[in-house]
Ligand binder design. Structure first.
Ligand code: PHE
Ligand code: ZN
Length: 849
């Protein structure tokens, strides 16, 4: 059944549920195409409700029977659920429904993946399992009985019974339905245990399908580290007898924090040195931490409604970022977080999909699991911490857990905790949740009679549906250096609150060099007229590692934008500064590798657009290639020696130190490839005994145009490993020359190993095409047509992934008239697709504006 005509839901329309749930008992009789779900739910009238209308969500369900207090009833069924006359007193509802897991390709609700039953309920998938008040402010303890012939049958909470053909699980903690999970199949576990801070032993199990058990060691270690970290840093202890993770091959997102039973995309948990890159390991550690941390920030304290999504996601992303900073290099992880923020969230914020961290309305909530809600939400929390300081931060978090444990909360509840802890009025700060768009800061300075004055102007651009924004409270961390590179004023956080404001620093002997927005203290775009010499100076001397990197990046951007617009750029200072950094024995390899990386082509396109140009993707690509060639030539004396120093004798470990060395080695190899046509890359590839070097060198070979044999060998070796095969698809497209990218993607979409029903594989091809900007934006429009055709094809199979893929088009207004017209045509073609999902429909409409 198709959705009813899409409706807009408004935050302002929130009303409390009419009935609350005291407890839930579910029985599943598993069968691939005809699973029966029997529910017994005790409802009580909610004293705070405004109405007594009884409504249960339900979609794609066949109702077999329903009773109230044992007496048969005939509810009125609609496309969205059912209504029924009920007593104005507590009562027991029982229903039996039939569902079709095998036919569920949307991967929401109960579905099958490789013969295994699994569920995904966030945000609104539980209504595809049974009739229920599927909203997060209805929380209840669940008991689940699973009947079937699978050797392993799991649900949330603790095991409370099992026998031949059945298993029972009880979750004592009241939870919203979106945290429900069930898994059944022929699974194998890595088992371990953890003793909590109060001495309770928790059983740990990481489940995979047979054959993948060799890839679970790293994930298990990451889980134990996460559990310890949350105790040490936030005093949060785990609260059940068992914690389980299941790896699933077909999964729309990275992972899901279901209570006591996290479900993971295989790509977000399974790892081995032979099959996973350093970046994979780092991401897995962060996602395992993220889902585990949700046990407190998300599960014990959940969201009142989906407009509060950033309450759990912003906070949990912030916590996983803190964890990664503690486990690895704080400086490197901050730089990586900011690169990701700029690459995804700034892109979103500067286009037609810009929205608030807390939206006021939505059509399809699945379209709001965005970089803005997640990553900008985390930045907002980082700013809050900077404003209140570390001690009040910890006191406020204690109060939050204390006051709201077991509740479904709002972002206002969260801010109130900080107001009560510090006595501060946070009403201006709250604008960060309510004003979309990336604020622009413009800084000028002045020096007279020993006083240095910084003047900061702020302005937040208009975004769809939002104009005339108010000034926000922006923490700008600043330090001042003297011309020798000594820090004369250590980091100080300026609180910018006005549209224009000045800050004075007195008693200085000479005009200092400012280091602005240290650590990227606010998610803004800061501009200040800065000479190439000053940037080079900061790259060499800034004591703030983030700003040291930022200076190099700014210099590289100046070079690239100048090349594209045909101006003279600061190549010379940039390349000299890079050479000096690479020679600097004090700088660590990971940092050097990051500094060597050029700003992305999409970033340059946005920068040019902001400066009033319509960016030409081919010219941007050519500029990037030219600069790489220049860097290779300029650095050729340093490269061989430095590359040799990056040799690792110890056995492979995916830790920060080794990863940094490999990253630098590959960054240098990329340059060397410009000089030797790929000879060295071939040598590296031939002996690589880990996926990081193997895949990195393969990318170089593709760019050098000599990868044919290596690609064939790679496929032959890894054809039975889906996650490695995904990399094989992706790398060919990402590294393709712009003129070839579309035809390669098209050819790979016809490859026997391509399968659009698997989200990882679909993204491996079409997500990759979007990551090759010059290829995707081919002047003949072929990239647009191919993408649109596949989005329309995928939509009836998996609307969530189809909708997400439309973001490939979100930057369309930047481009020239011809491209704009072709993109509009592609989007309108998707919009005309008969039976288009509300997911994709909403996205296309918003992108077209
Ligand atoms: N809540 C999950 C997370 O942040 C993400 C998710 C959302 C997964 C919706 C599935 C569906 O970790
Ligand atoms: Zn999350």
């Amino acid at each position: 059944m198709k959705d009813a005509s899409p409706q807009t839901i408004f935050l302002a329309d929130y009303t409390p549920p009419a009935y609350l749930v005291e407890d839930v008992h579910l029985t599943f009789r598993l069968a691939p195409s005809a699973t029966r779900v029997i529910s017994r739910i005790r409802f009580v009238p909610n004293p705070d409700a405004k109405s007594r209308d009884f409504f249960l969500h339900g979609q794609e369900l066949t109702l077999i029977r329903a009773t109230i207090d044992g007496a048969e009833v005939t509810p009125e069924i609609t496309e969205a659920g059912l209504t029924c006359a009920v007593p104005d007193a507590p009562f027991t509802w029982e229903a039996e429904v039939e569902i079709d897991p095998a036919g569920n390709t949307a991967l929401e609700g109960l579905y099958m993946s490789n013969g295994m039953y699994c569920t995904q309920c966030e945000a609104e998938g539980f209504r595809k399992i049974t009739y229920y008040p599927d909203r997060p402010d209805v929380m209840a303890p669940f008991t689940v009985r699973i009947e079937g012939d699978a050797p392993v049958m799991l649900s949330n909470g603790n095991p409370t019974g099992e026998g031949r053909g059945w298993a029972e699980w009880t979750d004592p903690w009241p939870k919203p339905a979106y945290l429900f999970a069930l898994v059944a199949g022929d699974l194998v576990a890595r088992e371990d245990s953890f003793v909590t801070m109060s001495g309770k032993e928790v059983a740990l199990r990481l489940w995979t399908r047979r054959g993948d058990e060799g890839k679970t060691a790293f994930g298990m270690e990451a889980l134990k580290k996460s559990m310890r970290w949350d105790e040490e840093v936030y005093g949060r202890e785990y609260d059940l007898d068992i914690f389980q993770i299941v790896a699933v091959s077909d999964f729309n997102m990275g992972a899901m924090e279901n209570k006591g039973l996290n479900i993971f995309n295989t790509s977000a948990v399974l790892a081995s040195p032979e099959t996973s890159t350093d970046a994979n390991f780092e991401r897995i550690e962060a996602i395992i931490a993220h889902e585990y941390f949700h046990n407190w920030t998300g599960n014990r304290i959940t969201c009142r409604d989906w407009f509060q999504l950033s309450l759990k996601e912003g906070l949990t992303v912030f916590r996983d970022q803190q964890f990664t900073a503690d486990m690895r290099s704080a400086a490197v992880s901050r730089i990586e977080d900011v690169m990701a923020l700029r690459g995804r969230q700034f892109r979103e914020d500067n286009g037609p999909l810009a929205h608030q961290v807390q939206p006021d309305s939505f059509v399809e909530i699945n379209n709001f699991y965005t970089a803005t809600v997640y990553e900008k939400g985390a930045e907002v929390i980082r700013m809050l911490k900077a404003l209140v300081g570390d001690d009040d931060w910890r006191r406020a978090l204690d109060l939050y857990f204390d006051r709201h444990d077991g509740q479904a909360c709002t972002i206002d509840d969260w801010l109130k905790v900080f107001e009560d802890t510090t006595g501060r009025d946070l009403s201006q700060f709250r604008l960060w949740y309510k004003q979309a768009g990336t604020p622009r800061l413009t800084v000028t300075d002045d020096f007279a009679e020993g006083t240095y004055t910084l003047t900061i102007k702020q302005q937040t651009p208009d975004t769809p549906g939002q104009t005339d924004k108010k000034p926000m409270l922006i923490p700008v961390a600043v330090g001042l250096l003297n011309p020798n590179g000594d820090e004369v004023v250590p980091t100080r956080v300026l609180e910018v609150t006005e549209a224009e404001q000045s800050f004075a620093f007195e008693g200085l002997a000479a005009k200092p060099i400012p280091s602005l927005l240290r650590g990227f203290s606010a998610p803004v775009i800061l501009t200040r007229d800065t000479s190439a010499e000053e940037r080079a100076f900061l790259l060499a001397h800034d004591t703030d590692p983030f700003n040291r990197w930022e200076a190099g990046r700014a210099l590289a951007k100046d070079v690239l934008t100048a090349k594209v617009t045909g101006r003279d750029g600061p190549e010379r200072p940039y390349l000299d500064a890079l050479a000096a950094l690479l020679r600097d024995e004090g700088a660590d390899p990971a940092f050097k590798a990051l500094a060597l990386r050029q700003p992305g082509e999409d970033d340059i396109a946005q920068t040019l657009f902001d400066a009033g140009h319509s960016p030409d993707p081919d010219r941007i690509h050519d500029a990037a290639e030219t600069l790489k060639q220049q860097a290779a030539e300029h650095l050729q004396d340093i490269i061989p020696r430095l590359a040799a120093e990056m040799t690792i004798d110890a056995p492979y470990a995916p830790d920060a130190e080794q990863s940094g060395k490999r990253a630098l080695r590959l960054g240098l190899l990329d340059l060397t490839t410009r000089l030797d046509g790929g000879a060295e890359a071939e040598a590296v590839h031939a002996v690589a005994d880990n996926m990081t070097l193997s895949l990195g060198s393969l990318g170089c070979l593709i760019e050098a145009g000599r990868a044919e044999a290596a690609l064939a060998a790679f496929h032959a070796r890894w054809q039975d490993d889906a996650l490695v095969l995904d990399k094989w698809f992706t790398t060919q497209i990402v590294h393709a020359a712009p003129g070839d990218a579309v035809s390669i993607a098209e050819r790979l979409s016809r490859h026997p190993d391509f399968n659009m029903k698997n989200p990882n594989r679909f993204r491996a091809v079409f997500g990759a095409l979007a990551m090759n900007p010059a290829g995707f934006h081919a002047a003949d429009g072929s990239g647009y047509r191919l993408m649109a055709e596949w989005i329309a094809r995928l939509d009836p199979v998996n609307p969530q992934i189809a909708a997400r893929m439309t973001t490939a088009f979100e930057t369309w207004r930047r481009y020239d008239g011809d491209r704009k017209q072709m993109i509009r045509g592609a989007l309108e073609g998707i919009a005309r697709t008969p039976g288009l999902s509300s997911d994709s429909g909403e996205m296309v409409a918003r992108i077209l504006g």
